[in-house]
Design a binder for this molecule. Structure first.
Ligand SMILES: [Zn+2]
Length: 152
């Protein structure tokens, strides 16, 4: 079988999220809040050029806003976002961890006010000392394993 049959079809319009950490594509889907009725291709543990593995997510007919795209960095800090227009990469940028995250993550502290039945939206701030730790605004608890804290 020639290599071209192994490749996933190119998309005309949409967004390709590349360099997702291997096995994390489904967590990325959750953090983006994309529903299953969208036309998407997901590659899990795809071979990347340098002998490593990565996941790739292709979303057809949907351009992610920078705010949405940056949520990807919660799960996979080195992901790159490619906006595809007419089959070509029109824009390419790295997902950047947002400074403040509201309503996407849940606090791991069961006593936190954001986990009571109060009309409080969860809020986390990026810790300044390293790139991948968030602190709850209300109870100051650290959230380390972000993939596990994405709201269902
Ligand atoms: Zn909290």
């Amino acid at each position: 079988m020639s290599e071209k049959y192994m490749k996933v079809e190119k998309i005309g319009q949409g967004t390709v999220i590349d360099h997702i950490l291997p096995g994390k594509a489904f967590d990325v889907l959750r953090v983006l809040g994309l529903s299953n009725d969208r036309s998407m291709s997901i590659l899990i543990n795809s071979h990347s050029g340098k002998g490593g593995k990565k996941d790739i997510l292709k979303i057809e007919d949907g351009e992610l806003s920078p705010e949405e795209a940056n949520r990807v960095a919660l799960i996979s800090p080195k992901a790159t976002i490619n906006i595809i227009v007419d089959g070509k990469v029109a824009k390419k940028f790295n997902a950047e961890a947002p400074e403040v995250v509201r309503g996407i993550l849940t606090c791991s502290n069961p006593n936190c006010i954001s986990n009571q039945n109060e009309p409080v939206v969860s809020e986390f701030k990026l810790a300044v000392d390293d790139g991948h730790r968030y602190v709850c605004t209300y109870c100051e608890r650290d959230i380390v394993d972000l993939a596990k804290r994405v709201s269902p």
